[in-house]
Design a protein around this ligand. Structure first.
Ligand code: CA
Length: 227
């Protein structure tokens, strides 16, 4: 789980980061709304903790820009007591939860756990369907009707990431960070190898799905049009 903290109070941000890291989360922190939006749009975060009063761009603007760009990462907002009105606005703009400052850190952890469970539920409870295939998360197979092909865990994670971002270009950087983490030695060439295996496996079951290369950037998953 990777969490982004967008909070301009340095002390609070540091306390939150340390606490979340101790719980085993990977944490990145930024201190203004513009970087917050930038980082959020990278798509590599599982949860975003978002303050409201921020320099550059306020938290509510960050949130509405995220949602306008179809970025559905769960967001926990941190309004101050005096910003109680903003909580309502936050929900209108697509916040998933909020916690009024000052808050109890145990309460924050509980909320984060709830959001991460919810995210897993949305994305991983059911087998993922796209175009003519189903990804079976138990067996790590891609199935098209009766035809099946087994994927390695990494291949499975990559195609899952592409499908969750269907229609968008997923950068090699995003694939690397999401699947191998920041501290990896994996090279972009190896990702190309995984992609070429995936293409072969999709062909093997005659799927209409095509993974196209966006030169210098990454990959997009699409359904090939008939004819
Ligand atoms: Ca603030």
């Amino acid at each position: 789980m990777r969490i982004l903290i967008v909070e301009d109070e340095m002390d609070l941000s540091m306390i939150l980061s340390e606490m979340l890291e101790m719980e085993g989360y990977y944490v990145d922190a930024v201190y203004n709304g513009i970087s917050g939006l930038d980082y959020a749009l990278s798509g590599i975060y599982d949860i975003i903790i978002l303050d409201i009063m921020l320099p550059g761009m306020d938290g509510l603007q960050v949130l509405s820009e995220m949602r306008r760009n179809n970025m559905n990462t769960p967001v926990l907002m941190l309004p101050a007591k005096s910003e109680i009105e903003d909580k309502v606005t936050g929900f209108d703009k697509g916040a998933d939860d909020y916690l009024t400052k000052p808050f109890n850190t145990k309460e924050l952890l509980a909320r984060i756990r709830a959001l991460s469970r919810r995210k897993e539920k949305i994305f991983f409870d059911d087998n993922l369907k796209f175009a003519d295939i189903v990804l079976d998360k138990e067996t790590h197979e891609i199935c098209k009707n009766e035809q099946k092909v087994k994927l390695t865990k990494k291949e499975f994670n990559i195609i899952e990431l592409l499908i969750l971002n269907k229609g968008k270009t997923v950068s090699k950087e995003c694939i690397t960070v999401k699947i191998w983490g920041y501290d990896t030695d994996i090279e972009y060439n190896s990702i190309e190898v995984y992609i070429s295996f995936l293409r072969k496996k999709l062909n093997a079951i005659n799927s209409q799905i095509h993974i196209s290369t966006v030169r210098g950037i990454g990959y997009t998953i699409k359904e090939r049009k008939n004819g």
